[in-house]
Design a binder for this molecule. Structure first.
Ligand code: KG4
Ligand code: ZN
Length: 341
């Protein structure tokens, strides 16, 4: 079954064709660099950019897979959460396509799709169901969610951020250090040459029973720290700040993961996804902290992409009655709680 995935929740327009939930036939994406001018995503501009890019990317995605529109078996699209204007472009395009081609349309929760995107590269001989029960993390610019998943479709939220998301905090600290937007990868690169012991950072949510994340205090700590520094901050000092910040930004996630593991000792795997999953220090820290197999996406599937939308849609389609996906009377939702599975 070949599913066309469409993703337009934030500042990436992405389309992909995935066969049977595993084989990526083609995948295309444009990042809207225009937002770097403003140091953050401007929703109105994002929606207009999606509108400009979605049709050319659709044609390219089909051409790359050497397919015609009639070869598509179903369409999947991000229903939410995200920027509402941006989501509406993808959803409207998908509804138009589903109507014209008379194919099922599968609405997908973007955050849940991240988890399944991390499983795109698992070896052929492993069935997705075998990895569950699992602890799943989605750590991105918009979310810091830790789930217990008894099955591939059950998302029980154990912890989320009570303020900023982890990736958002990386971006804000990067901005304070003049590293551009988005700044997660730049911080990781500098941190590699820094000494994390040279700068003290507050330990956030350190109480074992506090099942939540917090990043605004960490960001404010870095702000005050920088205000006391000599300017421009010497190169090695910047690296040390990045290393100490990264240690705590990741450290609190790993602490909560360990608590979750002690609460659910029967889990068979840890699945880590979202843009921050690209971070090598994070990958290493998770592997060292929990002695069960951990799965991270291929670098190209860490950030927002459409292959994750298509692979999760395939899984949902297989486990539902197909009639439900012929109903187009549904809306896009900005908020996580209101979006589909
Ligand atoms: O999943 P994603 O592409 O978009 C959202 O749904 O938010 O995540 C983007 C986030 C940004 O905040 C970016 O700075 C962060 O992921 N990120 C990283 C790294 N690469 C991307 N954070 C830390 N280390 C990295 N290597
Ligand atoms: Zn995302």
């Amino acid at each position: 079954m070949k599913i066309l995935g469409i993703e337009s929740s934030c500042d990436e327009t992405a389309l992909a064709l995935v066969e049977d939930g595993r084989k990526v036939l083609s995948t295309n994406l444009t990042s809207q660099d225009v937002h770097t001018l403003y140091g953050g995503v401007i929703p109105e501009i994002a929606a207009r950019e999606h509108l400009r890019m979605i049709h050319p990317l659709y044609k390219k995605t089909l051409a790359d897979a050497d397919m015609s529109p009639e070869d598509i078996d179903a369409i999947a699209v991000t229903q939410g959460p995200g920027l509402i204007g941006a989501l509406l472009v993808g959803v409207s395009f998908a509804k138009g396509l589903a109507t014209t081609l008379r194919k099922p349309l599968i609405p997908v929760n973007h955050v849940h799709a991240h988890v399944h995107g991390a499983l795109l590269g698992i070896p052929e001989n492993i069935r997705r169901e075998e990895l569950f029960p699992s602890l799943a993390l989605v750590v991105s610019g918009g979310h810091t969610h830790l789930y217990f998943m008894n099955t591939p479709m059950q998302f029980q939220l154990l912890a989320s951020s009570q303020d900023d998301a982890c990736g958002e905090c990386f971006d804000k600290v990067a901005k304070l250090l003049g590293l551009g937007y988005p700044g997660g990868a730049a911080i990781e690169a500098l941190a590699r040459e820094g000494d994390e012991t040279k700068v003290v950072m507050p330990k956030m949510m350190d109480e074992k029973e506090q099942m939540a994340f917090s990043y605004s205090g960490l960001k404010t700590h870095v702000l005050y720290l920088i205000q006391k520094e000599q300017l421009p901050i010497p190169s090695q000092r910047r690296k040390d700040i990045c290393a100490a910040f990264q240690k705590e930004a990741i450290g609190q996630i790993v602490r909560k993961l360990q608590t979750a593991h002690s609460l659910h000792p029967n889990v068979r795997s840890i699945i880590v996804s979202g843009g921050v999953a690209a971070n090598h220090y994070f990958r290493q820290a998770v592997k060292e902290a929990c002695p069960i197999p951990s799965y991270f996406p291929d670098q190209k599937y860490c950030s927002d992409n459409a292959a994750m939308i298509a692979t999760y849609a395939w899984f949902r389609y297989r486990n539902s009655t197909s009639e439900q996906f012929h109903n187009l009377d549904w809306d896009a939702f900005a908020k996580y709680q209101h979006a589909a599975q």
